[in-house]
Design a protein around this ligand. Structure first.
Ligand SMILES: [Zn+2]
Length: 120
C-alpha cells in the first residue's frame, strides 16, 4: 500500500508518516507490525490524540433550509444560536428573544453565517 494508505490505517497524518521515515510503499505486514508494535513516536502521537478528545469534524446545518456541510471546528467558534447559509435573508431565522442582541459571524465553513443571540 502507499504511504498515504498506511498513514490512514495508522491514524496519523501523511506529513508525520514521511517525517518518521515511512517508505513510500509498504507491505500489509509492515503496516500491521507498526500498528501492533508502534514505535515511540507513533505511540506518543496516539496518546496525544486520545487525550485531546475534541471532535475533529462537526456537521454544520442551516436552520433555514437544512443544508448540511461537514467542517473542522475552529477553536474560536462560539456556540451558535443559529446557522444560516450566507445567501438567506437574515429575516429567515427567528428574531432574537426579548432582551438579547444579535451578533453575526461570516465565514463559518464554506458558506455559513453563524448567528449568536447574547445577553447585553
Ligand atoms: Zn440554507
Amino acid at each position: 500500500m502507499t504511504r498515504f494508505e498506511a498513514a490512514l490505517r495508522l491514524g496519523i497524518s501523511l506529513q508525520m508518516a514521511s517525517r518518521h521515515g515511512l517508505a513510500s510503499k509498504l507491505t500489509e505486514a509492515e503496516v500491521a507490525e507498526l500498528d501492533s508494535n508502534p514505535p515511540p513516536w507513533l505511540a506518543q502521537s496516539r496518546a496525544n490524540k486520545s487525550a485531546s478528545a475534541r471532535p475533529v469534524w462537526v456537521e454544520l446545518t442551516c436552520d433555514v433550509c437544512g443544508h448540511t456541510e461537514p467542517a473542522r471546528p475552529k477553536k474560536w467558534w462560539p456556540v451558535f444560536t443559529y446557522l444560516s447559509c450566507d445567501y438567506h435573508d437574515i429575516g429567515d431565522v427567528p428574531e432574537p428573544a426579548a432582551g438579547l442582541y444579535r451578533e453575526e459571524i461570516d465565514g463559518i465553513g464554506s458558506q455559513f453565517v453563524g448567528i449568536i443571540d447574547k445577553k447585553p
